[in-house]
Write a protein that binds this ligand. Sequence first.
Ligand SMILES: Nc1ncnc2c1ncn2[C@@H]1O[C@H](COP(=O)(O)OP(=O)(O)O)[C@@H](O)[C@H]1O
Ligand SMILES: [Mg+2]
Length: 265
Amino acid sequence: MLQSSAYLDWNNSFDILNKAYDSSLFVLIIGPKGTGKTTLVRDFANSKDTKLESINFSLRTRESHLIGTKTLTQGTIGFDEGILIRSMKEGSILYLDELNAAEADVLLRLDEALDDRRQIILKESTGETINANQKWFVVATINPLTHVGTKELPPQLLSRFPIRIRLDYPPEETEFEIVKRHAGGNHDDSLKQGIKLANTLRQAAAVEELYYAPSLRETIAYAKLLDSGLSAKKAADIVFANVYGQWGNVEYQKVSDIITSMFGK
Ligand SMILES: Nc1ncnc2c1ncn2[C@@H]1O[C@H](COP(=O)(O)OP(=O)(O)O)[C@@H](O)[C@H]1O
Ligand SMILES: [Mg+2]
């Protein structure tokens, strides 16, 4: 049986989020991809019965995505509110995903809203001052700097998020429990071996012996392939080994050898 895929709170993150929420202190979650950051925040918003407004930052994110854009319909000028303004007014939870991928000008504008006054001037349209609803709450995530394309967050922006949660890959037994929430099959031994493999690869990536660390997304995919009837070795090749082909044959062979030593030929 497939269990609910709700967040398994192995880190006591819910408690910290609750305390931060009650004190209107904004939260920064720091962790590599696939460690459950988005799932955690979604579940938290659900538990609060509060609307979640999400934005995923990239180099292409513009101020207008946050603030809004002028519209012109039948000769009338209007304003289509961006996600920041909307969430401030609603008092919803604003989720700023991968904030350190944003450009400096975007961060600067965000900073205006995040300071202690929690207000922003709509210089783009009417010039009015938007005051955030009392309940407004902001959670941001950043990837560690080792990730390609990530920049560090300017210190003054960091200080807007005084509550920090570090999420990393869980211990193997915990990862096993999490994966079991997503793939229900009866392959516990093969699954444990796949998780062990993932951790071996993560450790190798951490000391730069490999270019890539698999996340929980991969261990979940591996479990689903087991469910679909694939052998452990074949599933491991597909999910864990083949991706390293991106960095050439030598890199691929390193991982392929590890898999053979763990799963046999
Ligand atoms: N603690 C956890 N409890 C339940 N599922 C988890 C947990 N951690 C990771 N997952 C699962 O792993 C996958 C990646 O999680 P996600 O929240 O997208 O990570 P991130 O936002 O850090 O990249 C999702 O399928 C998610 O449900
Ligand atoms: Mg995410």
